[in-house]
Design a protein around this ligand. Sequence first.
Ligand SMILES: [Mn+2]
Length: 318
Amino acid sequence: MPDYYTYGELTHHQKVQLAIRNVLAIDPSIRPLNTNKKPGGLLEFPEDDNREVIIVGDLHANKQNLKAILMDSQNLYKLKQNKAIMIFLGDSVHDERVGHLQEMDTSIEIMDIIIHLINDYPDNVFYLLGNHDTFSELLGKSGIKQGLAYHNAVQETRGKDYVNLMQTFYNSLPVFVIHKHFLAVHAGPVRGGIYRDELIDIRGAESGPLLRQLTWNRLNETRSSPSKKEYGPDDLDRQRAALGCSKEHPFIVGHNPMWKWGTDDSVWVDILDSKNHVILYSNLVDKSTYLTFNNSLEYKIRHADLKQKKQKYLLGDM
Ligand SMILES: [Mn+2]
């Protein structure tokens, strides 16, 4: 990497290398080191951190929504001024719309934008690992192996080394957020809850099943005894209690859209008897939904304007 450069001069490889370095260099007071002295799975923002928080749900390759959120309410400017942080709940790749499951170019493009954001604002932009953030051939939908298709597309466009760098990037990501005003994770709590140290050590030798639960669990919809892969309102409360949080502490997740229960939006508040629980998706074509916390336990559900014209000028080549 040259000493002096403009971002556009870097190669794609250098950009993702820089992002890995930035993610691993998050201040250990916010990202505590695990038992192997490596950056752990937990982001824990200090009590005196009063910056606004912008939370983006699963984008599933919808870069228009991401750009609209950056432009909405001066959000990009607030990141620049260190007045806000942005937390992605994971699963930014893989267009999930019927008829688009095979398209992977948009996944590559949206990760380029997120990597750019992390590199421009490493103290303000945080990306949590989602279950789609992988090249695993085990990941699929409707018979299409999305992980493998993404792997092949990235390899074809950027080469094998770049695939390895992206895998390193995904392996470097934090998984869970503790903030004085909310908790956040991609999918949901571990059944029964786990402790702070376990969240920090989430990539430890014995932690695979816990990491899997945090990135795959779904809210139990049958209201019968939940399976190991499903959480219920009790699990949300136990997870809060294990972290010393009250039952009022909002618990924000993505992963598990609930359109079959109704709504033309992509946010579900306290659904199925859950309390102080939000499921957020940000991938709709006609709505760009996101959340903000402004120094209280009360969040705002926001919709970014999808018709604004200033994007090109302010976002440049993002
Ligand atoms: Mn997911």
